[in-house]
Write a protein that binds this ligand. Structure first.
Ligand SMILES: [Zn+2]
Length: 188
């Protein structure tokens, strides 16, 4: 088993109506896995909960070798039965934007689980509109959110490496931190 090299982002639903990411983790641990199978789990209120560390291969999509190539993101819910909640969709979009920037992943390589050749699954469900997500990702980020969001800023730096150091610290503490590139408009 080699080290993972992230070239894709794979979108999942959990397919069950878990209460939160902790429940997903308990379930995966009960299967004998070392951690949550996904790298991120998005709860109903849009909270992004880190799953297994990105230094580890995932356990979310065997097809196409995607456990080693695809960052696994799962939204809680069964999107065969209902659409994702707006805050979840917004969090998904923002997380994918941050990961694409960090790993240089093109929009075409942001796939739903069922779109991976060889994957026999309906995941992430017929109500999660993958084409629409990719279309959104091709647009500049929309900051005039329809939902009031209270963002927490932890720092602003002239040197990128100082920003990266703070991101590392926050990630170690369990926060899904990312760098907002210069020139990005941030709501007041
Ligand atoms: Zn899946």
């Amino acid at each position: 088993m080699g080290r993972p090299c992230w070239t894709h982002i794979i979108i999942h639903h959990t397919g069950a109506e878990e209460k939160d990411a902790a429940q997903v983790r308990r379930y995966h641990l009960s299967l004998g896995w070392r951690d949550t199978g996904y790298h991120y789990v998005i709860e109903r209120d849009g909270r992004v909960v880190p799953g297994r560390d990105l230094s580890l291969p995932g356990a979310h999509c065997r097809a196409g070798g995607m456990n080693f190539r695809g960052i696994g993101i799962a939204c809680i819910g069964n999107f065969e039965n209902h659409p994702p909640l707006p805050l979840q969709e917004e969090a998904l979009e923002n997380l994918i934007r941050a990961l694409r920037q960090q790993y240089g992943i093109p929009v075409e390589k942001v796939l739903g689980h069922k779109e991976v050749p060889g994957a026999a699954t309906s995941c992430p469900g017929r109500f999660l509109e993958l084409e629409q997500i990719r279309a959104l990702l091709r647009q500049p980020p929309y900051h005039g959110s329809a939902y009031p969001l209270y963002r927490v800023q932890a720092g602003a730096f002239r040197e990128r490496k100082n920003a990266e150091q703070l991101v590392q610290k926050l990630k170690k503490a369990g926060f899904p931190a990312f760098i907002v590139p210069p020139g990005t408009r941030v709501p007041r």
